[in-house]
Ligand binder design. Sequence first.
Ligand code: SAM
Length: 515
Amino acid sequence: MAEPSAPDTTYNSAKSFLLLAAIFSASACAIVYELLIGSTSAYFLGDSVEQFSITIGLFLASMGLGAWISRAVVDQLLERFIALELWLAAIGGFSVPILYFAYLYTDTFRYWMLLLIVTIGALVGLELPLLTRMLQKNGGLRTVLSNVLSIDYLGSLAAALLFPYLLLPLLGAFNTSLTAGLLNVAVGLVLLVAFWSQLVRGPRMRLLALGIVVTSALGLSLVTADPIRERLESSLYTDQIVYSEQSPYQQIVLTQWQDETRLYLDRHLQFSSADEYRYHESLVHPAMTLADQAQRVLIIGGGDGLSAREILRHGDVERVDLVDLDQAITDLARRDLRLTSLNANALSRTEVRIFNEDGFTFLERSQEAYGVIIIDLPDPRDEALSKLYSVEAYRLCARHLSPGGVLVTQATSPYYARTSFWSIAATMTESGLHVIPYHTLVPSFGEWGFVVGSKSQRRPAELTFDVPGLRYITTELFRQMQTFPADMSRPEQVVVNRLDRPVLARQYREDWSRW
Ligand code: SAM
């Protein structure tokens, strides 16, 4: 095929600037769409590492495909560039609503996810070569290429920074998607108006019609988005949603059915008010009672304040440091009446100090020593969470334990995720701790497991729980909790989870995928 000649048009500096601004916003929007697809897929399918790897890899490859296809475009470059902007706006803008519908009403979520990534990637990949060719006469290939590429990368950076800190927490995934689409279509329409006299008559009328249709569809959807999103979201939960918030870290949902409140993070149940006392008494009191002293206690996670409530039943506690990544959760636990009545206002007590930061970072930077450390985190379902279930994390914890100090972690279900449970115990042992695994039934979760660890051997058989207000744990019950029937006993193969070999998250997903 003959090499198409460069277009003869030279754009004045205002118009070249406009075209470069268009590439900035188009690349920013494209990155927002990809981040939305990655995070929505992680939200529905779990395993954020896998979803983001697929999204990024396929997006870049599709950009390559788009760039390759661009050789077939020989004329009407400006018209086609504007058309690309409009189609990108329509497809990217509706990407999150499409994924929600696909997840809720079809079995084809994965196909839609892949289709969206490839289409958006290919459209963006087509844009850059077209723009470079259009601007070729304005300063030569050397300058134009360097301008186009640097502005494109700058747009990506702007989006990558705005997405987690502003867009997602402020607008949520649904509205971010529609808003980015509207921005994208606005850019297309501005180009259409600015270059109106230079465009071929037939295509420019078609572009105007397409622009109006896409703007109206996105605008209308944005106005009606909240009720639609709420309806879609509520079909993900069995009970009525009474609170929903997208924080920079996770989707926080409270549901209510009669007098039962449930907290979900990223659709994973964290507690049910009906039986949370079983979980929290089992998590907290063995460690508090086994420790030589429990004046200073550290909680990693536990932002709902329910572990803190149990800790504060012990009269000798002087200070509780609670390290939870997400300020949205700790704020909610301090001000929401449903939560404050459950956690007995624990997070507003003078003994409690709240640190909103990553637990691992806190352990690395803090110099404090604690009599008891309680790890009350979500299950290790992804690599980010599983680092706090690693040999290195337990070694760091051990460094913060005073002599005679005790560490405990919730450790998922020894029944549904048997290998994962025993892997957590093996990982703690590998870090040099003496461990006592135990389990109990929490009806809303199923059979649930915990592992307590200490630097010197403890004698759990003699534990008496002399704590006011307990509803569940007793000496006799704790003794029984340490017995594992055959279907929950330690399997032959367990994995040790390390920072540089985070095998637990994969094991965990494999264990739960059987149910
Ligand atoms: N009982 C729960 C369960 O069964 O999964 C855990 C509940 S608690 C609400 C979990 C808390 O851990 C959340 O508030 C979340 O924000 C926090 N979290 C998650 N990752 C964290 C991290 N890396 N460092 C500190 N806190 C974290």
